[in-house]
Design a protein around this ligand. Structure first.
Ligand code: AVJ
Length: 319
């Protein structure tokens, strides 16, 4: 394989971050786009989250992939190319690839170049015959698949309920764009976290060891590192609420004091109790998610859930 990805330059990336922070922290409701969680440190912390007892999505989805891999492979058919959105460590991919027959190529797409390179090296070892074509990109922006992936039918793979980070209309837009990217006759295998008892849900986003808090507060460290910030991270806290009306977890960074800080020479004030919105994590019902998929031009073909109805895995075909 070759690392033939269109690697975006590091500097473009930092300008993107600078712009988002300077404008996001100047709003009345301060906010930081979720994608900026995933620098090298943030990606590593997210990996730690996936191993927490409280964080049920990863192990539950892995269980579903293992239990239904045969059926998924049958639905996908032989010889397709797998395109994974937000692949991160690609820790679930091998389960899919092991079940499928004659996969023609694998294209992981991720915003963290380091995570992408590590995942490629590992999968190369596991699947020496498989052509791998990584794409370093923000999956919410327009990008092309590498030509080398060829014209095989595509199976899109979007695990982890990462789609849950998007507002509902943006999730529909994303699935529609994924359909355009993957092309005629493609399918999409996508994980969607389910609504459930808050006794299970809240600890998953606010674990006892405080790993999720570190993951969230890494955004402030990242501002200090990359944008010459002088935020005192110990004067902020990670706060999680469930928005019942919309059905989503919302994560915030709360200022514990009246304070100010400088970022790239700009001064920002934070009042005691003021919150910076940093993440939404939507939780769906199965019919609700299927409805979003239909609006985006996909036909729900099959859905699998675990015995406790924690998580759902949807197999969609282009309508
Ligand atoms: C990577 C988006 C699936 O929303 O569950 C985990 C990120 N944030 N804990 C999620 C996350 C806090 C995660 N996704």
């Amino acid at each position: 394989m070759t690392i033939d990805a269109d690697l975006r330059s590091g500097s473009a990336h930092i300008e993107d971050f600078a712009r988002a922070i300077l404008s996001g922290l100047a709003q009345k409701q301060k906010h930081i786009p979720t994608k900026f969680h995933y620098d090298a440190r943030g990606s590593a912390l997210f990996e730690d989250i996936t191993r927490l007892d409280e964080y049920y999505p990863t192990r539950t989805e892995i269980g579903l992939l293992k239990a239904h891999g045969g059926e998924i492979a049958k639905l996908a058919g032989k010889g397709c190319a797998v395109v994974e959105f937000g692949s991160g460590s690609s820790r679930k991919t091998h389960i899919l690839l092991e079940h499928m027959e004659n996969v023609s190529a694998y294209a992981p797409i991720d915003i963290d170049d380091g995570a992408l390179k590590k995942a490629v090296l590992r999968l190369e070892n596991q699947f020496p015959e498989l052509p791998i074509h990584p794409v370093h990109a923000d999956f919410n922006e327009r990008f092309d698949l590498p030509d080398a992936i060829g014209d095989a039918r595509k199976l899109g793979f979007f695990p982890g309920s990462t789609i849950g980070n998007l507002e509902l209309d943006a999730a529909v837009d994303f699935m529609a764009r994924a359909g355009d990217l993957l092309g005629e006759g493609s399918d999409l295998l996508i994980g969607a976290d389910l609504q459930k008892d808050l006794k299970i849900l809240l600890p998953a986003y606010d674990d006892a060891k405080g790993v999720t808090a570190q993951f969230t507060l890494n955004l402030l460290h990242r501002i200090n590192r990359e944008l010459s910030g002088n935020l005192d991270v110990s004067r902020f806290a990670h706060v999680v609420i469930y928005n019942d009306e919309i059905g989503r977890i919302e994560s915030y960074i709360e200022s514990l004091y009246d304070q100010h800080a400088e970022i790239l020479g700009h001064r920002f004030s934070f009042s005691e109790g003021e919150r910076i919105h940093v993440e939404n994590s939507h939780k769906y019902t199965i019919p609700q998610f299927q409805d979003l998929a239909r609006k985006a031009g996909w036909r729900p073909e099959q859905v699998w859930t675990d015995a406790d109805d924690l998580f759902s895995l949807h197999y969609l075909a282009r309508a």
